[in-house]
Design a protein around this ligand. Structure first.
Ligand SMILES: Cc1ncc(COP(=O)(O)O)c(C=O)c1O
Length: 387
C-alpha cells in the first residue's frame, strides 16, 4: 500500500508559502487506507482510534466514509458529539474510565464500554445502567512495536467472572476485546488471540452468557524508516478468514489508529543550525521531540528523513530546537551535507505525532495543511500533473 509522499518540487512550493515546521495531510490517503481495510475485512466494523490523530478533517473524512470511533476520554467523546456523531457510533474503549468520561458517555448516549477489572463495573452500572460491556483480555505478542498488554487486559481466566459480575450489576455483557499491540508484525499474535477468544466465547455460552460482539483492537502496521514494508493487506485478509471460520454469527469490530492516518501525513522541517560534535555533524531542526517527533518517545517510532539533495551521505545527528538535551531526534542517520535553511521531508508521520506534540519552550505546534486545499487552490502540482 503506497504512502502519501510529496515530491521535492511540491515540498519546495509549499515551503515557499508556509513557514516550517508544517505537516501536510492527505485526506485522499486517509480514504484510501480506510477503503483498503474495508475491502480486506468486509466483516469488520471500523472504529477509528482517534487518539492516533484527532485532526478534525481526518475525523470528518472517516465519519463520512462510515467509520465509527474508539474513544478514550471525556474530551474525545465531547469532540465527536460537537461534530454531530451520535454516541451509538462510539465505544468508550479505555478500560479505566474517569468520572468526567462516564458523565460524557451518559450525556451523549455512549452505551458500549470495555473494562478489565471489577472496580469498573460499579462506575459503568451507575452512569449508564444496562450498558453493553466487553471484557478486555490480555494477549501476548513479542512482535509489536508498542506493548499494550503490560498495562491492560484481564487474565483470560478472569474474563468469565468479570462478565458474570457485570451481568449481576445490571449491565449487558456482550463480548470480548483485545489489542495485540501497536505496529504489530505478527499474524500469529492475532491467530492466538482469536483462538483464545473463541474458547472464551464457548465458555461464556456454556455458562449461560452467550456473547455477540468481538472487538479485535488495532495494531495494523505501516512502512518503517528502515525500509520495512509490512504486508498489512495480507495480515488483514488472513485475519478476516479466521474471523469467518471462527466467529460466523458474531459482530466483529476493529479499532485501527495508525493504519488509517500514519501514511497520510508528511512533515516539512528546516535546518536552523549546525555544529560538529565528537567528529559528527549535527543539524538542529525547527521541530523536535516536544513537537511532532514526540512519537519517538511515546510511540517508540523511528522517523525517516528525505533530504532531496545529492552528495556523499555520512552519519549525522538530528536534534530539535528546545533547550533540553533530551531533544535528540535521530542519531547516526545517513544524510548528505545540509545547510541552514535546507528543508527535510518526514514521510509516514501521521500517527501518534501531532497528537502528542506540546508547545514546550514556546515553540508553536506544526501548522496543519491539507493537501486537497492546496490542490484546489491550484498553487502546487500534484505528481507532475497540473492541479
Ligand atoms: C484501546 C485501543 N484501541 C486501538 C488503538 C489503536 O491502535 P493502532 O494505532 O495500533 O491501530 C489503541 C492504541 O493505543 C488503543 O489503546
Amino acid at each position: 500500500m503506497e504512502s502519501f509522499r510529496l515530491t521535492k518540487k511540491e515540498m519546495q512550493l509549499l515551503a515557499g508559502k508556509y513557514p516550517t515546521p508544517f505537516v501536510v495531510i492527505s485526506l485522499a490517503q486517509v480514504e484510501k487506507n480506510y477503503d483498503f481495510l474495508r475491502r480486506r475485512m468486509p466483516r469488520v466494523n471500523v472504529y477509528y482510534a482517534m487518539k492516533a490523530n484527532p485532526a478534525p478533517r481526518i475525523m470528518e473524512t472517516l465519519a463520512r466514509r462510515g467509520a465509527s470511533f474508539d474513544t478514550a476520554s471525556a474530551g474525545e467523546i465531547e469532540t465527536l458529539a460537537r461534530m454531530g456523531i451520535p454516541g451509538t457510533r462510539m465505544i468508550y474503549a479505555n478500560p479505566v474510565k474517569t468520572p468526567q468520561g462516564m458523565a460524557a458517555a451518559a450525556q451523549f448516549g455512549v452505551r458500549r464500554f470495555t473494562f478489565d477489572d471489577r472496580s469498573e463495573i460499579g462506575k459503568m452500572a451507575a452512569a449508564v445502567p444496562g450498558a453493553e460491556v466487553l471484557v478486555r483480555v490480555r494477549v501476548k505478542n513479542q512482535k509489536a512495536l508498542v506493548d499494550l498488554n503490560a498495562k491492560f487486559g484481564a487474565e483470560p481466566e478472569a474474563a468469565l467472572l468479570l462478565l458474570r459480575e457485570a451481568k449481576e450489576a445490571g449491565l449487558s455483557p456482550v463480548g470480548l476485546c483485545f489489542h495485540v499491540g501497536s505496529q504489530s508484525l505478527s499474524l500469529e499474535a492475532y491467530h492466538d488471540a482469536l483462538l483464545l477468544m473463541r474458547r472464551l466465547f464457548d465458555e461464556a455460552a456454556a455458562a449461560g452468557m452467550p456473547l455477540s460482539l468481538l472487538d479485535i483492537g488495532g495494531g495494523f502496521p505501516i512502512p518503517t524508516a528502515d525500509g520495512g514494508r509490512p504486508d498489512a493487506g495480507g495480515l488483514m485478509t488472513a485475519i478476516e478468514a479466521e474471523i469467518e471460520a471462527l466467529f460466523l454469527d458474531v459482530e466483529v469490530w476493529a479499532e485501527p489508529g495508525r493504519f488509517l492516518c500514519g501514511t497520510a501525513v508528511n512533515l516539512v522541517t528546516s535546518v536552523i543550525g549546525e555544529k560538529e560534535r565528537g567528529g559528527q555533524i549535527w543539524y538542529i531542526l525547527d521541530e523536535g521531540l516536544y513537537g511532532t517527533f514526540s512519537g519517538a518517545i511515546f510511540d517508540h517510532w523511528t522517523f525517516d528523513f528525505v533530504a532531496f539533495k545529492p552528495g556523499r551521505r555520512r552519519k549525522t545527528t538530528l536534534v530539535g530546537p528546545s533547550c533540553d538535551s533530551i531533544d535528540f531526534v535521530r542519531r547516526d542517520i545517513l544524510l548528505p551535507k545540509l545547510a541552514v535553511g535546507d528543508k527535510l521531508l518526514v514521510p509516514d508521520c501521521g500517527a501518534y505525532t501531532t497528537a502528542s506534540a506540546t508547545t514546550f519552550n514556546g515553540f508553536a505546534l506544526a501548522t496543519e495543511i491539507y493537501w486537497e486545499d492546496e490542490q484546489a487552490a491550484r498553487q502546487v502540482f500534484y505528481r507532475g500533473v497540473p492541479a
